[in-house]
Design a protein. Structure first.
Length: 244
């Protein structure tokens, strides 16, 4: 399988690493489903020690780099983006070991996460138009996460396999936090509780309605998703923006 870049790559990478962090994404989508993304990941200060301890769970070609504090492999990220004709990486940097910044454009958001043309199943992102209204839907559930990982094998590392949402279908949020505190210490519990995925979506038009999130103005919605809800995912997460 080929490795695909995705708007939620920054989210999934952080989920796979299991730590406290802040993830911010600014997404623009026009009426045709094309647009761009600016993203930034800031890992918690104690992550370096935890990551080094867990490096044995990471594929062998990444172990040495993580033990040396190099958490983001820019070359591999660039290679993944290069394989996608519908997505173009325009900037990527890691100014410090705990920070990753970048931006990319896409011609069709339906293909930004998975190859929509090769599967009948809806992915994390779906974009439709009708009667002059464009609809962007974000769906996070076990099926869409599994599809994302199947089509992006570089994201499906042992950390994700053991601590990501697909491995924790029967756990409550409390049980998950108990497990992580036992394995990683007290800091990890509060760190995960405090972690959020902060996504601001600006559309090329006027918002008609939205499901979830906070409408900031006529063309912008902000979604703040607690990371624990994605790690456990015991309830599907659905968000929608309609605009014209």
């Amino acid at each position: 399988m080929k490795k695909n870049p995705a708007i939620l790559t920054v989210l999934i990478v952080a989920v796979g690493l299991i730590t406290s962090c802040a993830m911010k994404q600014n997404v623009f989508v026009d009426k045709n489903g094309a647009g761009s993304v600016d993203f930034e990941i800031n890992l918690a200060s104690y992550f370096t020690e935890v990551a080094a301890q867990l490096s044995d769970l990471v594929p062998s070609d990444n172990q040495a780099a993580i033990k040396e504090g190099q958490f983001f492999n820019l070359k591999k990220i660039e290679d993944d983006f290069a394989k996608r004709s519908s997505v173009t990486l325009t900037a990527l940097e890691s100014p410090s070991p705990e920070i990753l910044k970048g931006s990319f454009t896409f011609s069709d958001i339906n293909d930004a996460v998975t190859d929509a043309g090769k599967t009948k199943n809806p992915g994390i992102f779906t974009f439709t138009t009708g009667s002059g209204v464009s609809t962007l839907t974000v769906t996070l559930n076990y099926d869409t996460i599994e599809q994302l990982l199947n089509e992006n094998p570089s994201l499906n590392n042992p950390l994700m396999e053991n601590f990501g949402p697909l491995a924790n279908k029967d756990l409550s949020e409390s049980d998950y936090l108990d497990m992580m505190e036992y394995m990683l210490g007290e800091e990890s519990r509060q760190g995960i509780i405090d972690s959020v995925v902060d996504i601001t979506v600006r559309v090329g038009g006027q918002i008609v309605s939205q499901s979830g999130g906070e409408k900031l103005n006529g063309d912008t919605v902000r979604f703040k998703i607690p990371l624990i809800k994605i790690l456990v995912l015991n309830q599907p997460l659905n968000y929608e923006v309609k605009f014209k």
